[in-house]
Design a protein around this ligand. Structure first.
Ligand code: FAD
Ligand code: NAI
Length: 465
């Protein structure tokens, strides 16, 4: 069939990778369309990921504060009650205003939104809802979905993925979380704050296994104090649904005697996998790597000329801001500019209380790579503002090259760590040394002063400890 329209760029998927690529391409004067199969724009992040999870994290934190934490500030709150439908309403409203925002931006930038599932019929032809479209360039930004686990089939009722865990109809009595990664700890925290008993079953011998080891250990201690329970080095081998919930069979990771755990809800959060289902990559001849990700070079080119890929569907951390930066870079490349992403300076944040934030390399990674480094660490306990906020848990740790003093990694646990990390990312982007951070004036009293003190500590000269 003849194409009904032809474009300079067709973007498949409207998540943070796809919608940002589409906007940047349109800004640069390219005739652009974006295909999305969901009823709303914004992808995983805006609809069932970053945004709704942060709305619930924030709201559940308020509930927790009202119930316990405010009394220490001399604020008495009586009759604290949970209105779960009200909290879900807040979440839904936040999601709606964000996805509507993307709609507005598409109109403003004159991007054609094509509704339906896109499928390649040739390398420069896409079919959507039976209609053919021609494109000089196609950007695959189809994202990811949750990794399934054999024997534990998610029904989104009792055994849920993150999607179901964002909309449970009631507070679980006992929520068992399979996987002590980012989703498990964030959504586990939400339901724990709202009153659920939460048990995290993790295959490895520590939670947050990709974080710095010291951070993982301290976070487990803090979350345990908050009431979460952890079963490390353990695997779930079966899930049996009962009329009350689910019976899980759990074994030591290395094998051994099995035990059973009763749960009324189970959250399956053992990672996410690239999503390319129904995309017709065969018809275009696009190659995948050994882990099912679309294979790309440094310029986001696949093996097929004119077809590019970005975001969760390619290699690298599955993070919204990584996808966005790739979206901008690929659009600039298509417009003949020099788009680029610096993978050495991508922050990652876990939005628990306190938050965990990191950029660059961990001590384990530096040791493994044989890089000689210095470490400077400073606790929030010794920061005036943190004391004023009753937020003294955690620390900032800066790792710097032993010879050049260049910052190689920063690891933070603490209130607002996700915001604090931004200056460290900027420092790394500019190739700063720890000395540069130490000599930068930081406003007082702020939590960011802990970053400055950690930088001073790299050279053994912190002031306030
Ligand atoms: P996606 O956002 O997954 O978007 C892909 C889109 O493509 C989807 O809308 C899909 O419907 C569409 N699509 C797929 N195939 C087709 C097709 N053939 N035709 C048409 N459309 C198609 N990251 C962070 O950085 N910070 C966070 O706080 C954070 N929180 C998260 C919380 C949760 C619960 C989850 C699940 C994820 C979270 N993430 C977070 C990860 C973040 O959501 C992803 O990294 C990000 O969404 C990836 O963007 P993307 O554009 O690559 O893909
Ligand atoms: P994850 O990769 O963060 O964590 C998965 C955890 O499950 C790991 O600790 C892993 O060792 C463990 N695991 C794997 N198989 C297991 C098994 N069979 N039994 C028990 N444990 C097992 O994945 P998660 O939490 O599902 O999140 C997916 C991705 O989504 C994240 O990696 C991140 O990229 C993104 N995300 C980012 C957020 C943020 O930036 N704040 C928030 C939520 C998700």
């Amino acid at each position: 069939t003849d194409p009904v329209a032809s474009y300079d760029v067709i973007v498949i998927g409207s998540g943070p990778g796809g919608y940002v690529a589409a906007i940047r391409a349109a800004q640069l004067g390219l005739k652009t369309a974006c295909v999305e199969k969901m009823p709303t724009l914004g992808g995983t992040c805006l609809n069932i990921g970053c945004i709704p999870s942060k709305a619930l994290l924030h709201a559940s934190e308020k509930f927790e504060e009202a119930g316990h934490a405010l009394a220490a500030f001399g604020v008495k709150v009586a009759g604290v009650e949970l209105d779960l439908p009200g909290m879900m309403g807040h979440k839904d409203k936040v999601v709606k205003s964000n996805v509507d925002g993307v709609d507005f931006l598409f109109k403003k930038n004159k991007i054609d939104r094509l509704k339906g599932t896109a499928r390649f019929t040739a390398k420069d032809r896409i079919e959507v809802e039976g209609k053919a479209y021609a494109a000089k360039n196609v950007i695959i930004a189809t994202g990811s979905d949750s990794t399934p686990l054999k024997g534990v089939e998610a029904d989104e009722q009792r055994i849920v993925t993150s999607t179901g865990a964002l909309s449970l109809p009631e507070v679980p009595k006992h929520l068992v979380v399979i996987g002590g990664g980012v989703i498990g700890l964030e959504l586990g925290s939400v339901w724990s704050r709202l009153g659920a008993k939460v048990t995290v079953v993790e295959f490895l011998d520590r939670i947050l296994p990709t974080n710095d080891g010291e951070v993982s250990k301290q976070m487990q201690r803090i979350l345990t104090k908050q009431g979460m329970a952890f079963k490390l080095s353990s695997k779930v081998t079966a899930a049996q649904k009962t009329d009350k919930g689910v019976t899980l069979t759990v074994e030591p990771a290395k094998g051994g005697d099995a035990e059973t755990i009763e749960a009324d809800y189970v959250l399956l959060s053992i990672g996410r996998r690239p999503y390319t289902e129904g995309l017709g990559l065969d018809a275009a001849g696009v190659a995948l790597d050994e882990r099912g990700r679309v294979k790309t070079d440094k310029h986001f080119r696949t093996n097929v000329e004119g077809i590019y890929a970005i975001g969760d569907v390619i290699a690298g951390p599955m993070l919204a801001h990584k996808a966005e930066d790739e979206g901008i870079a690929v659009a600039e490349i298509l417009a003949g500019q020099a788009g680029h992403v610096n993978y050495d300076a991508i922050p990652s944040v876990v939005y628990t209380w306190p938050e965990v934030a990191s950029v660059g390399r961990s001590e384990e990674e530096l040791k493994q790579a044989g890089v000689a480094y210095k470490s400077g660490k400073f606790p929030f306990l010794a920061n005036g503002r943190a004391r004023a906020m009753n937020a003294t848990d955690g620390f900032v740790k800066i790792l710097a090259d032993a010879k050049t003093d260049r910052v190689l990694g920063v690891h933070i646990i603490g209130a607002e760590a996700g915001t604090i990390i931004a200056e460290c990312v900027l420092a790394m982007e500019f190739g700063a040394s720890a000395e540069d951070i130490a000599r930068t004036c930081h406003a007082h009293p702020t939590l960011n002063e802990v970053v400055k003190e950690a930088a001073l500590a790299v050279d053994g000269r912190p002031i306030h400890i």
